[in-house]
Design a protein around this ligand. Sequence first.
Ligand code: GLN
Length: 285
Amino acid sequence: MQTRGTLYRLLRDRFREAHVPTPELDARILVAAALGIEPGALLLSQDFAVSDDAAALATRYGERRLSGAPVGRILGQREFFGLGLELSSGTLEPRPDTEILVEAVLARSVDRALRLADLGTGTGAILLALLAHLPQAQGLAVDLSMDALATARRNAVRHGLSDRVLFLCGDYAAALAGGLDVIVSNPPYISHPELAVLAPEVALHDPVLALDGGVDGLDAYRRIVPEAADLLVQGGLLALEIGAAQGASVGGLLRHHHFQGVEILRDLAGLDRVVLGWKRHDNQV
Ligand code: GLN
């Protein structure tokens, strides 16, 4: 008889043999999903019998993982900052690294009627995580992709946040009027040389619109930073995810557009991951 434990170990061992980077974690998430239980519950119920249907489903998930599909794509969803988020073909899969950006903004915000904008919202991950922790704030979710916006909207509804979000189809901040307190974005930042050698797990599964940052990877920042300088209130916060080699360039761009207190924050791997700065007050030079 197949038990939860034997099914888990079967997938785990096949992932180990195939050098999947996190075999235990991936096997736990996929088997739990096939059983319809929380990953944490799996280890506490290893001796429970498994139905043939659930075992077949877990095996199918395992095959897809072995053929290179990321776990989030197999399940069509993943966790970000404690929120379960649906993915679609028009959205980047949210990464744990981006949680650094959310934490940085939360640490610098007081909960009042803040007006936030997320440029290139994708699944809505950054904006929804912020709104979940800032109950008085409201947000604009902007994306060029209607598919992404529909997904972000479903995610907002799922977490009871949709009455505080306005969804706009547009090119970065082109459709926005001013008066914003916080602008966040994880824009496409992969340079063309890097795009050519991306890991297949990224290249085959994340939309190129959410990855392609132009020849040097900085095209989006050249658009967003001056737009943010126009649209933020004085003292407003701009926080951007960046690629590991882009801290100096993007930080310089913020300073060039008169942002103050520019900081570069690192992710858990010690790599530069977020640049943030404050829109200057007019009376300061
Ligand atoms: N985090 C993605 C990666 O490193 C890139 C996301 C982006 O371009 N914004 O593959």
